[in-house]
Structure formats: structure tokens, C-alpha cells
Design a protein around this ligand. Sequence first.
Ligand code: HEC
Ligand code: HEC
Length: 211
Amino acid sequence: MIRLVLTSVLAVTLCLPATAQDTGSSSGVSPVQGLRPVSDFDDIADDDARSIAIFEEMGKVLTHPRCLNCHPKGDSPLQGDEMMPHMPPVIRGDADFGAPGMTCNTCHGAENYEIVGAGGIESVPGHTPWSLAPIEMAWVGQSVAEICEQLKDPARNGDRSLDEIHEHMAKDGLVGWGWHPGAGRMPAPGSQAAFGELTRAWIDTGAACPA
Ligand code: HEC
Ligand code: HEC
């Protein structure tokens, strides 16, 4: 009996990346990998209050180092869970893609690249494209409420409609990298699919922002 329980717990754990949404909504077990499913917010009757609560949940992803390291306020990327300055030092450059001769893709390839580092297997993150979020999309140092207002502002969100914001959250490959960041790096909470569902539900409830 005990072994049976342990085995199924293990199986569920191993299956999580692929089935996080299903597991979350059907079992009532939450949070899934640190992110609560949309169904957890069903019993908040007021639309505004539900929208705000859902956005606060989204904030766990938006303020995660995997996202913030590429959405810095300054002139260079950050790295690691401690959000330290990028080593080696690199600059944003005119196109958020580094200095001439030292562009981001000099070192960041199409995929994560594993290396044996001092602490075991580490990796150089990789994805195409790979560049810094433009300065008007900087999130570091902002509250979740401030990020919320910024996300809705076409002047600071790449001129996106709310539907396009949903599309970006749910489908964009760089956003998705946050859940597949390579060896030695903690993924963002939940899954991109679950995060996409939260974004959809936030928009459908009026896209309200925390005060
Ligand atoms: C490797 C760098 C990188 C990482 C990692 C990254 N982003 Fe971005 N992000 C960008 C770039 C570059 C843009 C601008 C692209 C554009 O406007 O088409 C952007 C734009 C965005 C936008 C649209 C503009 C806005 O601010 O409203 C959203 C939303 C976004 N990112 C969400 C995320 C989330 C969520 C994560 C983490 C799960 C993340 N990003 C991780 C580089 C990154
Ligand atoms: C000279 C090589 C080099 C260049 C150029 C370079 N990087 Fe990096 N970058 C690395 C290495 C190596 C790491 C892994 C460091 C580690 O985790 O110990 C890294 C890590 C990162 C991380 C950390 C990811 C995380 O969440 O921990 C981000 C973000 C990043 N780079 C963005 C950029 C951007 C944007 C550019 C261009 C403006 C760029 N890098 C240019 C070598 C480089």
C-alpha cells in the first residue's frame, strides 16, 4: 500500500511538465509546481476581485528571475536566481542585442548548451531569438501592480492588444524558455500552458490590476 502510494506520487511528479494543467484542475491539488490553476479562483464571486487575484498569481511568474533577468531596468542582463550582474559583462547596445562583435548570439545558441562547471552540470542558456527586452518593458524593481499597468499600456508593451499579450504569454518561445531553462537553473513556477490559462482568465474577468 505504502509502496503503491509512493509509486504514484513519483509517477505524478515525473509527469508534471506535460500534464500540469490536467493534474491541477482535476485533482484539486494546488498549487501545481508552485502555480495555482484557474479553477482555484472560481469561488471568488466578484469579477474585479477574481481578476486581481488571478493577476497576483501570474505575478509569481512575472517576478521570477527567469523572466526578470531579461527584463532589467539597466543596461545589461542579470543572471541566476540571485539576479547578479551578467558574467562576462555585456551591454544592451542599440538593438538590445549586445555590442557590435559581442552580440548575444556570440554565446547564446539556438538551444541550452550543457557544460561541466564547478558545481556539476551547468548550462549556457540558448534560444533563437535571444535578446534583452527593450527598456520600456523593464520589470525589475516594479511591484506586481506596476507590472500589471505596464502590461496593458501599448506604449510599454510593444503596442499589443490584450489578446496579443495572451498569445505572447501562452505561445512565445522566449517566454517558454522560462520553463525549460537548462541544467543548473530553476524553472518558472507551473507551466507555460497553465500560465497562458491564467492570462486568459485574467483578461476574461476584465484585466483588473492590484491597487
Ligand atoms: C532571453 C530574454 C528574455 C526572457 C528570458 C524573457 N523575455 Fe520577455 N521579452 C524579451 C524580449 C526581447 C521582448 C520584446 C519582444 C517583442 O516585443 O516582440 C520581450 C517581451 C515580453 C512581453 C511583451 C511586452 C510586455 O512587456 O508586455 C511579455 C509579456 C514578456 N516578454 C513576458 C515574459 C515572461 C513571462 C518571461 C518569463 C517566463 C519572459 N518574458 C522571459 C526577452 C525575454
Ligand atoms: C561572451 C558570452 C556571452 C554573451 C556575449 C552574452 N551572454 Fe548571456 N550568458 C553567458 C553565459 C556563459 C551565461 C550563463 C552564466 C551562468 O549561469 O553561470 C549567460 C547567462 C545569461 C542569462 C541568465 C539566465 C538566467 O535566468 O539565469 C541571461 C538573461 C543572459 N545571459 C542574457 C544575455 C543577453 C540578453 C545578451 C546580449 C545582450 C547576452 N546574454 C550576451 C554568456 C554570454
